[in-house]
Design a protein around this ligand. Structure first.
Ligand code: AMP
Length: 210
């Protein structure tokens, strides 16, 4: 079986990061995520300013910056799960030009649930493992179960920025979902089950597509 090329769509907080880790572990593909790449390069000077200015406001970083990141990462990958991109139609068209996908999967979650998930999310500074203060707390508050690193809240997971990010998603990324849906390529996965239930559905969809 060739290495799958999977696009994972869904609003912020839908579980794309968690499910991407499962895909990486199961299929040995690369995880290509514009959010992590931009967080690691927040203060990079570009002709459009730094990513930080956009990210802290919950807005999209300009297309040329993210397109470049994705192109370089996909060129190096033998199979991948792409997460956090494309976030608007022009990025989707760019992606069409540079690769062929085996599966486009959407993790479907209601907005109210997303706000609760995002504002309670904590992330390990060292290894990136995600927790939730209420739904999946670590054994010791503020400490990562996996590596002992400090758990922090992302700068953009405060309530005001979360609402802005969800508005940006509805305005810019919803048309991307419709774009793949109209082409008959979209597989919808119920993202409100447990992480294990969501993973079972997603893995079955990947195996079907490959
Ligand atoms: P994420 O970790 O995917 O929620 O992304 C965090 C922030 O990074 C977003 O709110 C945007 O500011 C920026 N970002 C990530 N991916 C993209 C993208 N494909 N296009 C534009 N901005 C992005």
């Amino acid at each position: 079986m060739s290495q799958p090329k999977v696009l994972l769509l869904g609003p912020p907080g839908a579980g794309k990061g968690t499910q991407s880790s499962n895909i990486v572990e199961e299929y040995g593909v690369d995880h290509v995520t514009t959010g992590d790449a931009l967080r690691a390069n927040k203060d990079m000077e570009t002709e459009h300013g730094t990513p930080r200015e956009y990210m802290e406001a919950g807005e999209l970083v300009p297309d040329p910056v993210v397109n470049e990141i994705v192109k370089a990462a996909l060129e190096e990958a033998d199979g991948f799960v792409l997460d956090g991109y494309p976030r608007n139609l022009s990025q989707a068209e760019y992606l069409d030009d540079i690769t062929d996908l085996d599966l486009v999967a959407l993790l479907d979650v209601d907005r109210g649930e997303l706000v609760d998930r995002l504002t309670g999310r904590r992330v390990c500074e060292e290894c990136g493992t995600n927790y939730h203060v209420e739904f999946s707390p670590p054994e010791e508050a503020g400490v990562c179960d996996e590596c002992g690193g400090d758990l922090v809240q992302r700068d953009d997971d405060n309530e005001e920025t979360v609402e802005e990010r969800l508005d940006v998603f509805e305005e810019n990324t919803q048309p991307v979902i419709e774009y793949y849906d109209e082409e008959g390529e979209l597989v919808r996965i119920d993202g409100e089950g447990t992480p294990e239930e969501v993973w079972a559905d997603l893995r079955a969809a990947i195996d079907d597509a490959n």
